[in-house]
Design a protein around this ligand. Structure first.
Ligand code: SF4
Length: 261
């Protein structure tokens, strides 16, 4: 069977996970616990039950080999070529399954399929280093700059996240930043300013997506028997999103910044 990993979805014809038409592979397992997570079924590494009703459930998460994933990916090569698309590896946090991820990226390279890695950047810098040359584009989350606030919200320090992002910038790797706008969590004036200034200090950021928190995952939490810790929080209003966009514009980031993915 070769190298295997645990995934919870493969989405064909994705158009919000990087340029062009893409196939997005979702790897299960994430060391962070962001209360706004839109993929709560991706946090636990092991397969788990998702209920349809009191007695009916489906199992989320399956073990799959690299060659099986590649077989699915290669079905749509023609669309990648025509649209400038490729493969996006997402999660969860793909870096949680480094051997599987490395093997997938190597196969994509061998087959000349463009690869994007959608990551929180939370990984030991030595491990992270292994993926720099293998990946064409990084979709990199930047959430909270103050470390104590980052720990409070996500359960982990942002130290390596920021360090790994700086390393990508030094290597002039293509980077799309994803900044989730979550009222009361990431949208303070101080955090917005620090995020913007940090991005400005980087070399190779091509795009900044301001991603408004939304409620689409509420039902998933219920079906997983999990409590959504910020269930009462309302998504940000358009006026606030525009204010944040203007703040980024005023930092010289207007050319790169978009609201939404
Ligand atoms: S890093 Fe992403 S996948 Fe992990 S908990 Fe946070 S939002 Fe969810």
């Amino acid at each position: 069977m070769g190298i295997t990993g645990i995934i919870f979805n493969i989405k064909r014809f994705a158009i919000h996970d990087g340029p062009g038409i893409r196939t997005t592979v979702f790897l299960k397992g994430c060391p962070l616990k962001c209360p706004w997570c839109h993929n709560p079924e991706g946090i636990k590494k092991e397969p788990e039950k998702m209920y349809r009703s009191k007695n009916k459930h489906e199992t989320i998460g399956e073990m799959i080999s690299v060659s099986e994933v590649m077989e699915k990916i290669e079905k749509d090569t023609i669309f990648y070529d025509q649209s400038g698309g490729g493969v996006t590896i997402s999660g969860g946090e793909p870096l949680m399954q480094p051997e599987f991820l490395e093997s997938l990226l190597k196969e994509c390279k061998k087959k000349e399929i463009h690869s994007a890695l959608d990551t929180s950047g939370y990984a030991d810098p030595e491990l992270f280093q292994r993926f720099i040359d293998l990946t064409d584009l990084f979709l990199y989350d930047l959430k909270i700059m103050e470390d104590s606030d980052h720990i409070k919200s996500t359960g982990v320090s942002n130290h390596n996240i920021l360090r790994n992002l700086k390393t990508l910038s030094k290597h002039k790797k293509r980077i799309f930043i994803r900044f989730p706008i979550v009222p009361g969590e990431t949208d303070s004036e101080g955090n917005i300013l620090k995020v913007g200034e940090f991005i400005r200090s980087l070399n190779s950021v091509e795009k900044i997506d301001l991603l408004p928190y939304h409620k689409a995952a509420v039902n998933k939490y219920i079906r997983l028997n999990k409590t959504n810790p910020i269930e009462s929080i309302k998504p940000p209003v358009t006026k606030r999103l525009n204010q944040i966009k203007r703040k980024f514009d005023s930092l010289g980031l207007a050319l790169y910044t978009n609201i939404g993915g």
